[in-house]
Design a protein around this ligand. Structure first.
Ligand SMILES: [Zn+2]
Length: 288
């Protein structure tokens, strides 16, 4: 089994983590830009952080045999420092067209404030104009309301549903997200929020279509191996290996698009369902 972790924060992890990830079969990671815990006080620290996701972190990952891609965006929490947020939004376009950027994100709501909404809308516009998929973070408090509001805005802005991940979904939101045509991202945490067991119930209820699994491993209590560990758990619950491989490899590759992920052929980067007509992102010459 080979894995893509489509949402993990390597910036906060150690070289031991990278080593363990490789040993577990994780070959590709997507690292969304996020809140670093300590609030930033100037736009320069955002600039340095984005550069590190595009330059230093991919080379650190490569030392351990892992292909690193990223998403760039102003996170919802820091959108509430409005003066700083305006400066960050100003510099974002410089980064969005860089090689290795596979989406804009993570965007959305934290406390559902007006300032968060303003930054969210602005960045959706940027995603559309840069032809990038959108990764939406949903709030951990008031998740249902935040998720519905996030999707309503996307709908109002005519964003194609298959270009959006609504992330950190739980039992409360997965059906809604899938019904509306978006991809449902699921973060499995060690104890809180969503566990492997609870994700397994969702997987057996909803199947594979537009389902994604990630670890969101960061500076908090989290586990960078949770994609692999959850797949093993799903196998023990009777999931077949082909379905699992699709969940943890083909699906993220299809979502972000082969041309953006730009993986070496040795990884067998063409998904098994690459000919699927529903995925407009795939280059026809690769969809054989
Ligand atoms: Zn995250």
């Amino acid at each position: 089994m080979k894995y893509i972790d489509p949402h993990t924060h390597c910036f906060s992890r150690t070289t031991d983590d990278y080593q363990a990830m490789y040993l577990a079969g994780i070959r590709v990671v997507v690292e969304p830009s996020f809140w670093l815990g300590q609030p930033r006080t100037s736009v320069g620290t955002f600039r340095d952080y984005f550069s590190s996701l595009l330059e230093f972190e991919p080379s650190r990952a490569a030392d351990f045999g892992i292909h690193h891609r990223c998403t760039i965006g102003l996170n919802p929490k820091e959108a509430n420092d409005e003066a700083l947020a305006a400066e960050v939004l100003e510099i974002l376009p410089e980064f969005l067209s860089r090689e290795g950027v596979v989406a804009i994100g993570e965007l959305g709501y934290d406390l559902l404030t007006d300032a968060e909404e303003k930054a969210y809308i602005k960045q959706i516009e940027m995603g559309l104009s840069h032809n990038l998929p959108i990764m939406v973070h949903t709030p951990h408090r008031d998740k249902l309301r935040g998720t519905i509001r996030s999707m309503d805005i996307l709908k109002d802005m005519d964003v194609p549903e298959n270009q959006v991940i609504i992330d950190h979904s739980t039992e409360e939101t997965t059906a809604l997200i899938l019904d509306r045509g978006y991809w449902a991202g699921h973060t499995v945490y060690p104890e809180t929020k969503l566990t492997a067991e609870r994700f397994a119930n969702l997987f057996f209820d909803f199947g594979n279509e537009r389902m994604l699994l990630n670890s969101s491993a960061d500076w908090g209590k989290s586990d960078p191996l949770n994609v692999a560990k959850t797949a093993v758990y799903l196998e023990s619950r009777g999931a077949n290996l082909e379905d699992l491989q699709r969940l943890v490899w083909d699906n993220p590759l299809n979502f972000f698009g082969l041309h953006r992920m730009n993986l070496p052929d040795v990884l067998g980067a063409v998904p098994s369902d690459a000919s699927s007509r529903t995925h407009s992102l795939i280059r026809p010459e690769l969809a054989k």
